[in-house]
Unconditional design. Sequence first.
Length: 307
Amino acid sequence: MAELTKIDAGFATIGQGAGPMMVTWKAGLFHKHGLDIERPRIMGGAKGIVRGLMSGEIQFGNMAAPAPLRANLKGEADVIFLTGGINQQFILGRPGINDRAELAGKKISFVGDGGINDALVKFVIDKLEAAGVKGLKPEPMAAGARELESLLSGRVDAVVGTPPECIDFARKGCKYLIDFAEFGFNYALGGIAARRDYAAQNPEITRKFVKAYVEGMHRYRTDREFTIGVQAEYSGIADRTIAEATYDLTQPGMPRVPYPVVTALQTLIDFMAKDLPEAKNADAASFIDERYIRELDESGFVDSLGA
C-alpha cells in the first residue's frame, strides 16, 4: 500500500457543520484516499480556523464564510473555499413570540466576534427593517452566557440558531421565525477551506482531501444510523433523539455535489460592504476554487457513489 500523506484538519465549532468532515474521518475515508489525519481538531471558531490555516497548524478547515471573507478582504489572510458545506441557520424567538413581525423593538443575541452569528444578525435586522419590522436591536452576549437560558429568561427575544442547539430550543417552546433558506443561505455559507498558496502548491493532496470529503458527504446523506452515531459522539450529545432530529432536519436539503455557492457568498459580501469598504465591488468568485469538485462531478466519481 502506498505511504499515506500526513496532514492536519480542523473545524470551527461543535455543531452540524462539522458533521461531514467527522463522518469522513470516522468512516476511514481520508485513509482510503491516501491521507493520514489524526482526529480533526476543534479550533475555537472560524477565526481559529483562519489562524490555523495561515500558520500551517492545519492544512484544511471546515468553517462558515463570514470570518474568512472578512479576513481576506482586509488583507489579513488568503484562504479559499474548495467545497460547499452543510449549514442551516434559523431565527428562533423566545416562548410567546410566534411571528417575525413581533420582533419589532425586541432584542436579538449578538456574539460580537465577527463570525457568522454577527453577519446573520446584521443581515436579518436590515431585512426586517426593509419589511417594516422596526427596532430589532443586537444585544451583546456576555462571555460564557448560554443563549437558551437568555431566551427562556427573556434577557433576549431572539437568537440565531443552528442544529443541534436549535432543536433543543424548539423543544423548550421557542419558535422558528425565519429560515435563512429564504435568502439562499442554507448549505451555502461555509465548507472546506485551505490557504490559497497551500492548495496551489499541493494540488494532489488537495484533490485527495476533497475526494474523501465528497465521499464522506455521500456517506452522511445515505447512512442515517452511522451519521447519527458520529454526530452524537463528536458533539457530546447525551440525548440521541437530538442527534436523530439534527440528521432528519439537515439531510433532505444537502447538495449531492457540494460546490461552493458563489451567489450566496456574493450576497454576503455585498451586505458586508455596508460597513467594510474593502468589500465594495469584491468578487466572491475570487475566494473559491471549485476545480476539484468539478473534476469529481465531471469524471463520474459522484455518480459512482450512488443516489
